[in-house]
Design a protein around this ligand. Structure first.
Ligand code: OOG
Ligand code: MG
Length: 265
């Protein structure tokens, strides 16, 4: 990875700023407004410092998420390359649960395929086949993203520093071996309040959701991390993210994997 432009005290300060915005559910201006020279390495340095702070407070690492891995998402947010963020236990919500909105800034929901691994993955050249072989099962998932930036407006270094907008995620459906379902061509129906919001195929995610996981492993390797066995990996929104507010109910129905739903309160 390229060199950081920020000093280590700036990195710590920005991680604190993002952390506070998250805890107060108060939007902040994107970090590059103040630090225009911020690059991707700076973004990940801030994100890893944010992760270190959360783990030091007792949150447990449960896995990672790939972001901006489909055309629909790239067009929606104006970021044109995939990114990764981390997941902790405090972000997980059970199927059908009520997700609070008062502790979020401006949530949006995405439907994704979650991978759960049974072998560690590492390396700059991780392949789709290695990902499939190391996967225990896949599940349908909803990711609730929540940019801490005003207007949900950001650029790549800023969104990476903000942990790729990670906020909550819900898994549901049936665990299936990735070898038993054609992950490349799964249809998904995404509904909000009973109305179709999006119809898509899983192939929208970098051609294949396992390729998104392989990309994530390559980024983690660059960051000096690996993907441990037992990790949850969200492979990226298949459709555009949909704005939600208290009172909304969303569900994603995946061919062969069942459905996952949540309501917002
Ligand atoms: C960045 C996170 C994107 C996905 O699945 O593409 C993401 C954002 O859009 O705020 O989680
Ligand atoms: Mg996502």
């Amino acid at each position: 990875m390229m060199a950081t432009s920020l000093s280590s005290s700036e990195i710590v300060g920005l991680a604190e700023r993002v952390d506070r915005a998250q805890q107060a559910s108060q939007p902040i201006t994107k970090l590059t407004d103040e630090f225009p020279a911020m690059n991707i390495a700076d973004g990940y340095a801030v994100q890893l410092e944010l992760r270190r702070r959360k783990l030091a407070r007792g949150e447990r690492s449960v896995g990672w998420k790939a972001g901006v891995t489909s055309r629909a998402k790239m067009v929606q947010v104006g970021v044109h390359a995939p990114t990764v963020g981390f997941l902790t236990n405090t972000m997980a919500r059970p199927e059908s649960s009520a997700v609070r909105t008062d502790d979020l800034v401006h949530p949006r929901v995405e439907c994704e395929i979650a991978f759960v691994t049974r072998q560690a993955l590492r390396g700059a050249h991780c392949t789709r086949e290695q990902v499939l072989a190391a996967t225990d099962f896949v599940l349908p998932a909803l990711e609730v993203i929540d940019s801490r930036y005003a207007g949900f407006k950001f650029d790549m270094p800023s969104v990476i520093a903000d942990n790729c907008s990670a906020a909550r995620y819900v898994t549901g459906g049936w665990p299936r071996s990735p070898l038993d379902v054609d992950l490349h061509a799964l249809g998904v129906v995404f509904e909000k309040n009973g109305e179709a919001e999006g119809l898509a195929a899983s192939a929208a995610v970098l051609g294949h959701p396992a390729d998104a996981v392989a990309m994530l492993v390559a980024v983690l390797t660059e960051l000096g991390e690996e993907l441990p066995a037992g990790s949850v990996v969200l492979s990226g929104g298949i459709t555009e993210a949909v704005v939600v507010q208290a009172g909304d109910h969303v569900s994603a129905r995946f061919q062969h994997l069942g459905s996952v739903s949540a309501k917002f309160v």
